[in-house]
Design a protein around this ligand. Structure first.
Ligand code: SAM
Length: 348
């Protein structure tokens, strides 16, 4: 018997579209933030207040739009009223003024220019399984990213932003049984620098694609301290042998690639490690049937941006580690936030 269709009952409260309209408005609010960062509104307001007419003149914005932009930023808590005009709120002053140590503009630009265009193709990616980032269709998306100096800086800023709390947590990990480590896919060395600074008995190195070497050298010089003892090894982790060390770290690397590539990387790591050594893998590991919202967003970001990447579960990783020859162990690390650390021991 055919299912009966009936008119939906009208319950004004339960059918109010507010939650859905709110989601759509959230997208436009993000656009307000990104436009303000692009026009450097917060840097222009650093240490002063200004009216919308003054700011529009300074930044070359049309007055009608400028006022809505500034009032909108005030509604979002990024600006405050001051002296009949606008001033940065505390959070905007800390994170959105260019040149400040915690500046997030590079990360936001990376999201806007690199990730969000791929997200625009989510519906297509769900149908085809194809990345919506042309660079990933043609090869390794990082090769294309690193041809654009601005995009590279934005990406590296965002990697540092992610690795700073992880590096802090991993600095407190018990490294006493190890003497050396290589951060594979370690970008410009932020994580390696933190771990060696807190554990000076360790020799640290970064293995990453050759175009990152100048950024690594600049970043290390800026950080100072233990920087000279950390070395950079340029290469391709799919085709080159990894440098020998007691520990090989894969942080936010495996989820970028499909299952076959993950196992290939872990086998490559196993071959390079000395007996008694270990591979350290950290990732959200938010895969499985009921991922958190963070896991959902990370998983879909991989679907649209990478070829074959996806979030995975701790159990899946244990299986791939065992396949590569390791004895897997999930480690307890405090303050790792959205990530999990799994250690693969090479016992013999
Ligand atoms: C998502 S980032 C991870 C950065 C950092 N480890 C972290 O914890 O956030 C992935 C890194 O892998 C590097 N990478 C990608 N493909 C590579 C390859 N074939 N060989 C070596 N490094 C590669 C990228 O350059 C990038 O630095």
């Amino acid at each position: 018997m055919a299912a009966q269709t009936s008119e939906p009952a009208v319950h004004p409260e339960s059918t109010h579209p507010g939650p859905i309209m709110g989601l759509m408005a959230g997208y436009w609010q993000v656009k307000i933030l990104l436009a303000a960062v692009e026009h450097d509104v917060f840097t222009a307001l650093s240490g002063r207040s200004a009216t919308s007419a003054e700011l529009a003149a300074d930044l070359g914005l049309v007055p009608r739009g400028a006022n809505d932009l500034l009032v909108g930023l005030r509604h979002l808590g990024l600006l405050e009223s001051a002296d009949g005009g606008f001033a940065n709120s505390a959070v905007a002053d800390a994170f959105l003024v260019r040149g400040r140590p915690a500046y997030l503009g590079g990360y936001l630009r990376f999201c806007d220019q690199e990730l969000n265009p791929a997200w625009d193709g989510l519906a297509t990616a769900l149908r085809t399984g194809q990345p919506q980032n042309h660079a990933a269709v043609e090869g390794n998306p990082y090769d294309t990213l690193y041809r654009d100096a601005d995009a590279t800086d934005g990406f590296l800023d965002s990697m540092d932003l992610l690795t700073t709390p992880i590096g802090l947590a991993m600095s407190r990990f018990d490294w006493s049984r190890y003497k050396s480590f290589v951060d594979v896919g370690g970008a410009r060395g932020n994580f390696a620098h933190q771990v060696v600074s807190a554990n000076p008995h360790l020799t640290g190195a970064v293995f990453d694609l050759p175009p990152l070497e100048p950024a690594f050298t600049r970043h290390m010089a800026g950080l100072g301290g233990v920087a000279p003892s950390i070395t950079f090894h340029g290469g391709d982790f799919f085709t080159d042998r990894l440098p020998e060390a007691d520990v090989l770290v894969f942080g936010h690397v495996l989820h970028n690639w499909g299952v076959e590539d993950r196992v290939r990387l872990l086998k490559n790591a196993y071959d390079s490690l000395r007996p008694g050594g270990a591979v350290f893998v950290y990732d959200p590991m938010a895969g499985g049937e009921q991922p958190s919202m963070h896991g959902v967003l990370a998983g879909l970001a991989m679907l649209v941006w990478s070829r074959g990447g996806h979030e995975y579960s701790v159990q899946e990783l244990h299986g791939w580690l065992a396949q590569a020859g390791f004895r897997p162990e999930t480690a307890e690390v405090a303050d790792l936030h959205d990530d999990v650390l799994v250690v693969g021991h090479k016992d013999r």
